[in-house]
Design a binder for this molecule. Structure first.
Ligand SMILES: [Fe+2]
Ligand SMILES: [Fe+2]
Length: 148
């Protein structure tokens, strides 16, 4: 499921993988009988909400640590994501949204954000690393140039 949405940042990829596994678990439960849905759904949803809250906060700490220039915008997107997720969970609990609809929303919510937004900080980090490497090489060249 994670195929194609790997950012190349181990910690974030592991957390995204965990989010997607919980979403997958949610989908499996949503396909069960009415009784199964009733008895398991609440705990899976709570696990998803808890882990999503944990991941978004951890990602924000990571973005601060790398001095990501679009940190504020990304944090606002996270805030919106969580409130939309909470709103849809509430709609589900009030039976205004089916388990299937909520499951579709959750999977789209996660993958779209990773592919469209998290991919931007991954690209920023790749550029930083490339620049750092080139800087090191340039630094290594200068002394030999000065000796020539
Ligand atoms: Fe993320
Ligand atoms: Fe994010």
């Amino acid at each position: 499921m994670l195929e194609g949405i790997v950012l190349g940042i181990d910690e974030m990829d592991a957390q995204h993988q965990m989010l997607l596994e919980i979403a997958e678990h949610f989908r499996c439960v949503s396909k069960g009988t009415e009784a199964e849905v009733q008895s398991h759904m609440a705990s899976v949803l709570n696990a998803l909400l808890d882990y999503a809250t944990y991941h978004l906060a951890a990602e924000e700490e990571f973005l601060k640590a790398i001095d990501y220039p679009d940190f504020r915008e990304h944090k606002i997107l996270h805030h919106r994501l969580l409130s939309t997720l909470r709103k849809n969970c509430l709609l589900f609990r009030e039976q205004c949204l089916s388990a299937r609809q909520l499951s579709d929303f959750i999977e789209q919510w996660i993958t779209q954000h990773i592919l469209e937004e998290d991919a931007k900080y991954a690209a920023y980090l790749r550029n930083l690393r490339t620049e750092a490497k080139e800087g090191v090489h340039a630094g290594q060249r200068s002394p030999s140039e000065s000796l020539a």
